[in-house]
Design a protein around this ligand. Sequence first.
Ligand code: ADP
Ligand code: MG
Length: 210
Amino acid sequence: MGAACSSISKSKVPTKEQEKLKKSKIIFVVGGPGSGKGTQCEKIVAKYGYTHLSSGDLLRAEVKSGSARGKKLAEIMEKGELVPLDTVLDMLKDAMLAKVAKSSGFLIDGYPREVKQGHEFEKKIAPASLLLYIDAGAETMTKRLLKRAETSGRADDNAETIKKRLDTYYKATEPVIAMYEGRGIVRKINAEGSVDQVFEQVCAALDTLK
Ligand code: ADP
Ligand code: MG
């Protein structure tokens, strides 16, 4: 993160970008590891032109940079645990502010992972318009992740960490879905089928936003 970006996000006077962000279309894309969030987001970007931000990808980029913060993050992620709330939120906000001038909306992939993350995001950035719940069973997710492991090079795509990530997901993230269901913005997508079958449902959900 550049110094300029963090000074923007901490400034008390809202900038033009911050004002625009508050009015942007924001879609949370939530689902377990390997449910197909990234795959569907790529297709959404191609069809709808939204900006895709994966919290996991932002964090992995930080790890790859070799920074001190990256080293701490690597330890947490290899254990299958969640990274501290403020770290993820700051990274997301900076990435969003950098893109907001040219963006018609944002896909926030893999966030919120826990109820508190959802509250903080909406307090500090903007309210979400929709939550796409990419729903696949544990068996399907495990199978996909083990297959992804063959090419992903991700340190957390191994049998032991996958089990922990699924456990973290059910404990921390399922309550997120319940919370937004209460607000009526959840669209549940059956993610057991082929990529195209899943995408058909995703489009139907997104088309309600227009
Ligand atoms: P996530 O971002 O939710 O962790 P990914 O989009 O990376 O999940 O998908 C995990 C793996 O499963 C990838 O290797 C992807 O190619 C594969 N995959 C995604 N969606 C499907 C699907 N509907 N059917 C079969 N494989 C899928
Ligand atoms: Mg992903």
